[in-house]
Write a protein that binds this ligand. Structure first.
Ligand SMILES: Cc1cc2nc3c(=O)[nH]c(=O)nc-3n(C[C@H](O)[C@H](O)[C@H](O)COP(=O)(O)OP(=O)(O)OC[C@H]3O[C@@H](n4cnc5c(N)ncnc54)[C@H](O)[C@@H]3O)c2cc1C
Length: 392
């Protein structure tokens, strides 16, 4: 007979693993399935190319799960300030979390550090079974539950199946849920570099004609870059020699941090906007990138997914405590209603920013530059932006 859980979560990235933690620590029986094997250790002088700027809200979530101290020990970098400037004119914006009464607006953490800290906690939870190097092959739903077939041929059963399997979600596809959106015809080039000058705990972002260049402060006085350009430009930048690449980067950042030395490899991710109109079906629900993939220009994708995880855990735990079916449409639609507005708003804003800062019409450039100048003179508006960046 198939082993039965209350919840089976497919996808043990930041979002799925957090959802598993939130449920299992409250006594819900959970199986977490991931196709890969989360990294448990790595040489201390290597850096993950995938990093996330986590908001204070996400940090507080990890504190409440008791894993923030592990993340700090493995290496996080506080972000206290933000400096944004435009390639056109003199528009710039400098925001300091101290002005909003906070010691920092967030932290930059390598994804492998966050994921490994969550998995370490999961290993301590009796209610959670972990399946690694195991893929979901298919599933079928009946009135009482869902049978989930894993790649090894094993079948497990759950009251509720959660798809946290990323932007190419197989669960979304098998459910026939449509996704909408478009490719940006752009790629984000990611790399770790050592700057000549201190990063001053500041997230630097310059809007260039093809897209934003973000220089995020990383542990060990390093910088993690996310450089968005048209596909051809990114591919050409990937081919440059290390020296030429560092010179191009210093040029693109107007030498704000001086020259750079490349640490490790470069990588690139094609960018798209993608969203689903439906978040749930019979006994199945989607969270994280499986329902929304957004432009990384404001570093919000993982933060949004973590909010999905918290809301889903809340509605499921409430139903469980009230002895109601945790996978009823009433419960799952409550989650969908609570998250859809926030997700769509963030997606629309990121897409709007991308278009505003990508526009090369002289009038738009002028309005953009003077708009930034006006905001920069208003402490109130800057504090609002700061709170938004903190996730408040
Ligand atoms: C360049 C770049 C920079 C970014 N910067 C930021 C940032 O600063 N801040 C921020 O908040 N967000 C950022 N993001 C977005 C963020 O990385 C994503 O939103 C986040 O990682 C999504 O997490 P997830 O858990 O939903 O999905 P994923 O991280 O994609 O995890 C999905 C998991 O599902 C597993 N899986 C897939 N299919 C199966 C299957 N069939 N069976 C079993 N397992 C399966 C995979 O192995 C994987 O572990 C950035 C994105 C990019 C591209």
């Amino acid at each position: 007979m198939a082993k039965t859980y209350q919840v089976v979560i497919v996808g043990g990235g930041m979002v799925g693993a957090t959802a598993a933690c939130l449920l299992a620590e409250k006594g819900v029986s959970v199986a977490l399935i991931d196709a890969g094997e989360p990294m448990a250790d790595w040489p201390s002088d290597t850096y993950d190319l995938r990093v996330s700027a986590l908001t204070l809200l996400s940090i507080n979530l990890f504190k409440s799960l008791g894993i923030w101290s592990d993340i700090v020990q493995l290496g996080e970098q506080a972000v206290q300030k933000m400096f944004v400037w435009d390639h056109f004119g003199s528009g710039e914006l400098d925001i300091d979390s101290a002005d909003a009464g906070e010691a920092k607006m967030g932290s930059v953490v390598e994804n492998r550090i966050t994921v490994s800290a969550i998995w370490k906690k999961l290993e301590t939870l009796d209610c959670c079974d972990l399946f690694t190097a195991s893929e979901l092959e298919g599933f079928n739903t009946d009135e009482e539950g869902v049978n989930i077939e894993l790649s090894g041929g094993e079948i497990i059963r759950a009251s509720l199946l959660v798809g946290a399997d990323g932007s190419n979600s197989k669960i979304r596809r098998l459910s026939g849920i449509d996704d909408y959106g478009w490719e940006y015809q752009q790629k984000a080039l990611v790399a770790t570099v050592k700057p000549e000058k201190s990063h001053q705990n500041t997230a630097w972002q310059r809007f260039l004609p093809e897209g934003p260049l973000a220089l995020l402060p990383l542990r060990d006085d390093l910088i993690s870059i996310v450089w968005t350009s048209n596909t051809e430009t990114t591919d050409a930048n990937l081919q440059l020699s290390e020296g030429d690449f560092c010179n191009a980067l210093a040029d693109a950042s107007e030498y704000q941090l001086g020259s750079f030395e490349l640490i490790g490899e470069r990588g690139a991710f094609p960018l798209k906007l993608q969203f689903s109109s439906e978040y749930c079906q019979d006994r199945m629900v989607l969270i994280g990138d499986a329902i929304h993939t957004i432009h990384p220009l404001a570093g919000q994708g993982a933060n949004l997914g973590l909010k999905d995880a918290v809301t889903l855990a809340d509605v499921v735990l409430n139903a469980d405590q009230a002895n109601r079916d945790i996978a009823s449409q009433q419960v799952l639609r409550r989650y969908e209603r609570q998250r859809k507005g926030d997700n769509l708003l963030m997606m629309g804003m990121m897409d709007g920013f991308k278009r505003l800062f990508g526009a090369d019409e002289a009038l738009v450039q002028l309005a953009r530059s003077s708009g930034m100048g006006l905001i920069n003179q208003s402490t109130f508006l800057k504090n609002q932006i700061c709170k938004y960046a903190m996730g408040i």
